[in-house]
Ligand binder design. Structure first.
Ligand SMILES: C[S@@+](CC[C@H](N)C(=O)[O-])C[C@H]1O[C@@H](n2cnc3c(N)ncnc32)[C@H](O)[C@@H]1O
Length: 245
């Protein structure tokens, strides 16, 4: 059942993308022939397009370059065409040298003005009681949207999470960060643990979650007073410091 829902939704989202960003489907088909990147599912791409069109962030961060880069760039071009004051761009991080080379070579000329592809080998990221992996070399820009689709987040210690969404909180000034996670349940789990489940609803049939979260400092050692924790009547601990409800 899950697979049937996912397949139908992907079909619908592909159609919505084609309607919203004319020409991009042809570019994606052509790109696929040149690069055998894993790609990003249509559900995730459509969630990203919707969020960017709604919030109009000028600085967009992509974690994991590939065909998705063109969709983000086409969305920026649409916003630019509709609003001369909008000056958005996509910073696309790629952690693997070989993929960085392929992606840099294959990005169509028509998207190059909107995109900067940067090589940032993955590095460990630690924050409070979580550990993850992030891209190194992320430029210090005031990101308002992030597409979480890399880097690899497992190692000899097991499963961690994709941490770019928190790494950029060290320097962004926006109070709210919008984004979408493609799969990466462990990353969504971290978001839900800190902000509550309503902030990033995740369903296997979507294999993606859209989120809007406040910028926080989770490295502060003082985030540990009894007020920061709630105990439910049956003894379950909830870390509630950053939860709205
Ligand atoms: C899920 S992929 C990112 C896909 C990208 N957002 C896209 O739409 O094409 C995550 C990472 O896997 C690596 N990768 C890309 N294509 C790959 C392939 N065909 N096989 C294995 N790894 C790949 C790259 O380092 C990439 O950043």
């Amino acid at each position: 059942m899950r697979k049937i829902i996912q397949r139908s939704l992907n079909k619908y989202c592909r159609w919505r993308i084609g309607q919203t960003l004319p020409g991009v489907l042809d570019d994606l088909d052509a790109y696929k022939k040149k690069s055998n990147t894993t790609g990003t599912q249509w559900i995730t791409l459509w969630m990203s397009v919707k969020s960017i069109l709604k919030h109009r962030p000028e600085e967009i961060l992509e974690s994991g370059t590939g065909s998705s880069t063109m969709v983000l760039a086409a969305t920026v071009q649409k916003l630019k065409a509709e609003n001369p004051n909008y000056n958005g761009r996509v910073t696309s991080m790629e952690s693997v040298g070989a993929w960085h080379e392929i992606a840099s070579k294959n990005l169509p000329e028509k998207y190059r003005a909107e995109v900067e592809i940067i090589l940032g080998p993955r590095e460990k990221f630690e924050m409070g009681f979580f550990r993850g992996y992030s891209h190194s070399n992320i430029p210090n820009r005031n990101y308002g949207f992030i597409l979480l689709d890399a880097p690899a987040y497992d190692d000899e210690n097991g499963l961690s999470f994709c941490a770019d969404v928190f790494k950029i909180m060290d320097f962004v000034q926006n109070d709210t960060l919008h984004g979408v996670s493609d799969g990466r349940a462990s990353s969504v789990f971290v978001l839900q643990t800190l902000y509550g489940p309503t902030v990033a609803r995740y369903y296997h049939s979507l294999y993606a979650a859209s989120f809007s979260i406040p910028r926080i400092d989770f490295r502060d050692r003082k985030n540990n007073t009894p007020k920061d924790w709630r105990c439910t009547p049956n003894g379950r601990l909830v870390y509630k410091k950053f939860r709205k409800h």
